[in-house]
Design a protein around this ligand. Structure first.
Ligand SMILES: Cc1ncc(COP(=O)(O)O)c(C=O)c1O
Length: 410
């Protein structure tokens, strides 16, 4: 007698995985009978109207056919489809830069009399936009550490319309409790927007944690090769569509087709690159913690990170950026940057190359020390965006540079 075979439960049906979608989500452009495999580059300003009737239908908004590239371009649309898919968003729009995306989103959705609560760790450009530019249009912002519930309650006003955060923050790498912030904003009827540049949707999906929209500097990990400046917004239609329609038509910070093409191509390798960035950054962070020249290292995946448990709940990896404090202060930082050979002394992050910077002796040199310290830019702070080189070579370069900096008295 044959034993009855135990039936295995059918595997749960699921959609394609992240890596599959990263490769295929932008597909779908056709041109007549031509069926390109890679996303075609529509490097054109306008698209001819097939007939007067079609032109009227387009002008009346009854046809979605492209006609002018500031208003719509198939290469840019492929990128928008791809990021909407990867973030799990209803809609997305591409912009000329990360700041173009932030400004377009805020200008299209806020009006005079609105109030914003923003985390004090937001990117410097976003800080300046909220702090210096939007008040001219009647929009005020209160900056606080949003992980502190008492300060958050105190900062909230009846006219608070939007809560804006970057997580992890820059340069503190402070991780914020996104589900708790989403719950608070939703309970009080405000929009919740998260800058997801440092993580990308591969490591963190704020919309699944309750945010209404995410913003990206696609200049960083999404394009990933240090050769394209672009921005993206993805989220609920109610917030994203005003950005696309009024924002891009009237404010005009559109993404150029060739740049969109580069970013969409970058997305295909995003999971592979992020895995490598995360693994190498953790190795470098652990190695730096063992160095006598280094006072402390901040990286979300290190046991020493103050929000490590939170980071592990809402992120899939620590990403590629870490910061460390040199015991020798400003002179040690400057000496280290003069001594690196493989690491490139440059701003930005998320590149294939390892990028290193010492804000106190460079960009923040003119900033008064108290103001600089309030931003978290301490004397010996070094930011490292760990690239895709062999990690032994990155560590070897830092080792020789730390040695030279020490010998120079830094
Ligand atoms: C977290 C974050 N958001 C936004 C931006 C602005 O992006 P972009 O330089 O593409 O305008 C940057 C730039 O460094 C950034 O680091």
């Amino acid at each position: 007698m044959t034993r009855p075979r135990r039936r295995r439960p059918a595997p749960a049906r699921r959609g394609p995985g992240f890596a599959t979608r990263a490769v295929h989500a932008g597909e779908g452009s056709t041109h007549g009978d031509v069926r390109p495999v890679a996303t075609p580059l529509y490097q054109t300003v306008s698209f001819s109207f097939p007939s007067a009737a079609e032109a009227s239908a387009i002008a009346a908004g009854e046809s979605a056919a492209p006609w002018y590239s500031r208003i719509g371009n198939p290469t840019v649309a492929a990128l928008e489809r791809a990021i909407a898919d990867l973030e799990g968003a209803e809609s997305a729009f591409a912009a000329a830069s990360g700041m173009g995306a932030v400004a377009t989103l805020l200008l299209a959705n806020l009006r005079a009399g609105d109030h914003v609560v923003a985390d004090s760790g937001v990117y410097g450009g976003t800080y300046n936009l909220l702090r210096r530019e939007l008040p001219r249009f009647g929009v005020e912002t209160t900056f606080i550490e949003t992980n502190d519930p008492a300060r958050l309650r105190e900062a909230w006003r009846p006219n608070t319309r939007l809560l804006y955060v970057d997580s992890p923050g820059n340069p503190t790498l402070r991780v914020l409790d996104l589900p708790a912030l989403a719950e608070l904003a939703r309970a009080r009827g405000a929009w919740f927007v998260v800058d997801n540049t440092f993580c990308t949707p591969y490591l963190q999906r704020p919309l699944e944690l309750g945010a209404h929209a995410v913003v990206h500097s696609a200049t960083k990990y999404l394009s990933g090769h240090g050769d394209a400046i672009a921005g993206l917004v993805a989220g609920e239609c109610a917030l994203v569509e005003p950005g696309r329609i009024a924002g891009l038509r009237e404010f005009g910070a559109v993404c150029a087709p060739f740049v969109a093409w580069l970013v969409e191509r970058g997305l295909h390798t995003l999971p592979l690159r992020m895995e490598r960035h995360c693994a190498s950054a953790l190795r470098v962070a652990e190695w730096l913690e063992s160095r006598p020249e280094v006072a402390w290292v901040r990286y979300p995946w290190l046991p020493s990170h103050p929000q490590r448990a939170l980071a592990r709940r809402q992120m899939r990896g620590g990403s590629g950026v870490l910061v460390f404090e040199l015991k020798g202060g400003i002179s040690a930082g400057a000496a280290l940057l003069d001594a690196v050979e493989l690491c490139t002394h440059a701003v930005s992050l998320g590149d294939t190359r390892t990028l290193i910077m010492h804000p106190a002796s460079t960009m923040h040199a003119p900033t008064p020390p108290e103001e600089r310290l309030a931003l978290g830019v301490t004397d010996g702070l070094v930011r490292l965006s760990v690239g895709l080189e062999d990690v032994e070579d990155i560590i070897g370069d830092l080792e020789q540079a730390l040695g030279k900096a020490r010998a120079a008295g830094g």
